[in-house]
Design a protein around this ligand. Structure first.
Ligand SMILES: *Cc1c(COP(=O)(O)O)cnc(C)c1O
Length: 384
């Protein structure tokens, strides 16, 4: 800015062009500032489009978050979005076109399943939904126009573990891209697999404090360039203040995740020994043939109340104390929700029966409270 004439400006001109506060080279803030500016004046000495121009397209604060997420996930590049479902739906729309086919699984976050079932066909994109427990069907479901296989592990809400290697082997033999929604495992896990794309809801463990909605997709530079180009038109960019909160949340991410994994295992053990609980699922509870896929087990537990208790899942939620009925997971507070009401409404009775989703099943996400207090809260509602 050329401001030699500053002294002669009127008040409103001065207020709209405040003085720069330059830092001595080498004098840096320890924590990167939040760049709220929507626009940037480019330097004359470089091509404009190699620089920050407009925050919908790129912003130094969201870029720092993308770099952190790419780095910990072992991927070349990452793009952040204004929600996890935005990351999923816009990745699908960026990679698929009319006449293409994708394969996914019924054990999927409900809005993602609904997007595949109801929205993609309106754009002329076909789908097949299988079960993660019947991967022998996968190869047969591949068609000449199959472009993408998408899955979760662990799955929402009932924590099935999906055989990642089995999917990758079949997909890559047939030249099909694979995307995984790794939200339940968090961004530090499953990084050793050759997944083309890893998608996360950053709303959950990455931010970890329940005050931001965001998502990300990470992959090779080439694939991400394609998605980035398309997403410029979709416009679901993340706000820099939200990006900053996630960057801050990530500083304690590993501590939180490991602590929540330990506490949730304690709670899962308590529930599995309780006479009013029919079954419990938690990735750390029993030797699962795929448990090596996870270093840490995460905070989420699925379980079913015994009908002797004479409470539905919904009624049970309202008997609890500080554990409250709420959507989401991976936050600092322990929260619980009835899985049928939250995740089963679009499924048939037979699908729900096979997937163990009914009026007595619950999804519980363990927070950072003392596990003894969590257990005693559950214990009271279970009738001791
Ligand atoms: C929450 C969630 C999403 C969606 O993320 P939002 O940030 O809420 O849009 C996607 N996948 C899974 C597995 C989730 O739990």
């Amino acid at each position: 800015m050329k401001d030699q004439n500053r002294h002669s400006w009127e008040t409103s001109t001065k207020l709209n062009h405040p003085k720069d506060v330059p830092l001595t080279p080498g004098n840096k803030p320890l924590i990167a500032p939040v760049y709220l500016s929507a626009k940037y004046t480019p330097s004359e000495s470089e091509p404009y489009w190699d620089q920050f121009i407009y925050s919908r397209i790129s912003n130094p604060t969201t870029r720092q978050l993308e770099e952190s997420l790419a780095e910990i996930q072992n991927k070349e590049d990452c793009l952040v979005f204004s929600s996890g479902i935005g990351a999923l739906s816009l990745t699908f729309l960026s990679l698929l076109k009319e006449g293409d086919h994708m394969i996914s699984f019924r054990e999927l976050y409900k809005p993602a399943r609904n997007f595949i079932k109801s929205v993609l066909p309106e754009y002329g994109i076909e789908y097949t939904l299988l079960s993660v427990n019947a991967l022998e069907e996968l190869e047969k479901a591949i068609k000449p126009n199959t472009r993408l296989i998408h899955f979760e592990s662990p799955t929402n809400p009932n924590l099935e573990l999906t055989d990642i290697e089995a999917i990758l082997k079949i997909a890559h033999k047939n030249n099909i891209l694979v995307s995984m929604d790794g939200t339940f495992g968090g961004p530090h896990q499953h990084t050793e697999f050759n997944l083309d794309l890893m998608i996360h809801s950053l709303t959950k463990f990455a931010n970890g404090h329940g005050d931001v909605i965001a998502g990300s997709v990470a992959g090779s530079r080439k694939l991400m360039a394609k998605i980035r180009e398309r997403c410029m038109y979709f416009g679901a960019s993340l706000d820099p203040q939200a990006a900053y909160l996630i960057q801050r949340g990530l500083k304690t991410y590993k501590l939180r995740y490991e602590h929540q994994s330990r506490s949730s295992l304690e709670v899962a053990r308590f529930l599995s020994s309780h006479p009013m609980v029919k079954w419990v699922r938690h990735p750390g509870l029993t030797e699962h043939p795929l448990s090596h896929q996870m270093k840490d087990h995460g905070s989420v537990i699925a379980f079913e109340l015994d009908q002797k208790l004479k409470l539905t899942a919904d009624e049970f939620c309202h008997r609890l104390g500080f554990i409250q009925l709420a959507a989401s997971l991976g936050s600092t507070e322990t929260i619980i929700c009835p899985s049928d009401i939250f995740f089963g409404q679009d499924l048939s009775a037979q699908e729900k029966a096979e997937m163990k989703i009914n009026s007595f099943t619950l999804r519980l996400s363990i927070g950072l409270e003392d596990p003894r207090d969590i257990i005693s809260d559950l214990s009271l509602a279970l009738g001791k």
